[in-house]
Write a protein that binds this ligand. Structure first.
Ligand code: HEC
Length: 121
């Protein structure tokens, strides 16, 4: 009977420890990041509106960079500066300026949208 109890207790411990995954965000920072069929309107534009538009609206236009419409964003896609800036590659100004980098999921989604031909979708 005692042995059965020991088996039961250790089985419970295995089950309980098996269910402990810690903080999912820390272990799998990109889990749930969908990088297929990224839409300009619902994804890319939202990331820009949240992180960039304060400085890069038509009015603010800091650094003479206007990211306020698809056509304007496309200029910086085509010259490579959009991705260079958010990936903080050498030779580009790191963006967003004086702030933490974009979440890697957001960088991946923009990169995927560019690879797909940066459609106006
Ligand atoms: C706090 C203001 C500010 C924010 C927020 C900001 N930028 Fe900028 N950005 C600037 C300034 C100022 C410049 C021009 C000076 C420079 O290149 O460092 C610039 C330059 C750029 C350039 C040209 C870079 C180059 O190497 O020539 C790009 C592209 C750019 N920003 C994209 C972005 C994107 C994308 C975001 C959002 C993820 C963003 N910026 C957020 C202020 C900002």
């Amino acid at each position: 009977m005692i042995r059965l109890k020991a088996v039961f207790v250790s089985a419970c411990l295995i089950i309980i420890s098996g269910c402990y995954y810690g903080n999912e965000e820390d272990l799998f920072p990109d889990s749930g990041c969908v990088t297929e069929n990224v839409s300009f309107d619902t994804v890319v534009k939202k990331i820009i509106d949240t992180n960039c538009i304060v400085c890069h609206s038509a009015g603010a236009n800091l650094g003479n960079v206007n990211l306020s419409s698809y056509d304007n964003v496309k200029v910086y896609v085509n010259n490579g500066k959009l991705l260079g800036a958010i990936r903080r590659e050498p030779g580009f100004s790191p963006m967003p300026q004086n702030a933490a980098p974009l979440r890697s999921c957001d960088i991946d989604r923009i990169a995927s949208w560019i690879t797909a031909g940066s459609p106006n979708n």
